[in-house]
Design a protein around this ligand. Structure first.
Ligand code: PMP
Length: 427
């Protein structure tokens, strides 16, 4: 018998039944991740590229297997039980995602491929309907390309312009510049909650207050915050929020766009196809209810169900506990990096979450990454899809270490030892 929850089990009570946070035990948690048991190049694997994607716990792997073994059918269409059960599992995942980010209702959750698609959806639909020539969108200088390029594409179609909120060399947004940047034509401010290069945690609620005072909406890119800290849309006071399932222990190909119900209700669909319509004639078509009008075609059903399992798993650990553990681990990481001669950390933000970038005198970041790889240490090197951040610091690339709650001090010790080898090789 399938054991996947096929009915929204906790929406009414506001808590996942049988999934209450337990004491956070790093050793037990790590054992939940089969991939981390393997050796890499003859060494224990120190996986420190979590900002790119997270590993998956057994609970998510088992849910995917159970889904395809017992439940697989297309959704929202079949009159037979299997289809009804698959539909219920998919919609239960929506309820879980809604609960995880504190949405008012599951109708505010649109399943998308990831944060990139969520932002493109807002740009195409809301942006296309609400922006005209000379309207303005403010984005920060530390945005991922996926929170820059969709607005540039929108600008090409509508004549809207982008204005840039800069950050200091420490890696903190210069909020004092906002007054200068807002104008009566500002329609939207789009900002990341956590920088995927600097680790900066931005004061989103404060930014939201300023945006709203100027009559603009706020879009939050939560791709790098949702895996690490509690994210509650009502506390952030934002209007749109985007996240990626694969960065928070879920499968690839699934993410969430959250938007206030009245905004989604007023937005046109952005893609046409099956499931997003109510009626179709050759003369005209009418749309399904929110959120289905934004989910044209067969959606990533198994991936959504897998994301639901990831959300259950994170909830069972407790996002507050995850944040506390990672805060300690990131301090340990910084101490160790400070001890490596010739290593320069990029940015010293006031509040940092899970991520730090660095460069080393006379060594290209790609060479750092290659030498670390030979010691079983996986980090990311390059521009991290943030070329404006590279430009800010006048570097072509950085090395980036990004943590997750299943990392431990041994991973960081292994990194520090491998960095000493880099120093020896390059003198
Ligand atoms: N925003 C940020 C801050 C990111 O770090 C990333 C992924 N690196 C994205 C957006 C895009 O996420 P995805 O590729 O999952 O759509």
């Amino acid at each position: 018998m399938p054991t996947i929850t096929t009915k929204p089990s906790y929406w009414a009570t506001g808590r996942p039944k049988g999934n209450l946070p337990k004491a956070f035990d790093p050793a037990l948690v790590r054992a939940d991740f089969p991939l981390l048991r393997q050796k890499m190049r003859g060494c224990p694997l120190a996986y420190l590229d979590n900002a790119a994607t997270s590993q998956k716990p057994q609970a998510v792997l088992a849910t995917l297997t159970r889904y395809y073994t017992h439940l697989n059918a297309n959704i929202h269409r079949g009159v037979y039980k299997l289809s009804a059960d698959a539909t219920a599992a998919y919609e239960a995942a929506r309820e879980k995602a809604a609960h995880f980010i504190g949405a008012t209702t599951a109708q505010e959750i649109v399943f998308v491929r990831g944060a990139t698609e969520a932002i493109n959806l807002v740009a195409a639909s809301w942006g296309g309907m609400n922006l005209g020539p000379d309207d303005e969108i403010i984005v920060s200088e530390m945005e991922h390309h996926s929170n820059i390029v969709p607005w540039q594409l929108l600008g090409r179609r509508t004549g809207a312009r982008i204005r840039v909120l800069p950050f200091s060399d420490a890696g903190d947004l210069k909020l004092e510049e906002l007054d200068r940047l807002f104008s009566p034509r500002t329609k939207l401010l789009a900002v990341t909650q956590v920088s995927n290069v600097l680790g900066t945690l931005n004061p989103v609620a404060e930014i939201a207050a300023q945006a709203h005072a100027h009559g603009a909406l706020l879009l939050v890119d939560a791709a790098q915050s949702a895996p690490h800290i509690p994210v509650r849309v009502r506390e952030l006071c934002c209007d749109f929020l985007a996240l990626s399932g694969h960065k928070m222990c879920g499968p690839t190909g699934i993410g969430v766009l959250w938007a206030r119900a009245e905004l989604l209700g007023a937005m046109d669909p952005w893609q046409g196809g099956g499931d997003m319509i109510r009626t179709v004639t050759f003369a005209e078509s009418t749309w399904n209810d929110t959120p289905h009008k934004f989910e044209a075609g067969t959606p990533p059903i198994a991936e959504a169900v897998g994301l639901g399992a990831a959300v259950d798993y994170l909830t069972s650990l407790g996002m507050e506990a995850i944040q506390r553990y990672e805060d300690e681990l990131v301090q340990y990481l910084l101490e160790k990096l400070h001890g490596v001669p010739g290593l320069r950390i990029i940015g010293t933000p006031r509040q940092r979450v899970a991520v730090t970038s660095f460069v080393m005198d006379g060594v290209h970041p790609h060479d750092i990454g290659t030498i670390l790889d030979s010691a079983g240490v996986a980090i990311r090197t390059g521009h991290h899809c943030c070329q404006p951040v590279m430009e800010h610091y006048h570097v072509p690339a950085t090395a980036r270490v990004s943590l997750a709650f299943y990392n431990n001090r041994q991973d960081i010790d292994q990194l520090a030892a491998a960095l000493k080898t880099v120093k020896e090789v390059f003198g």
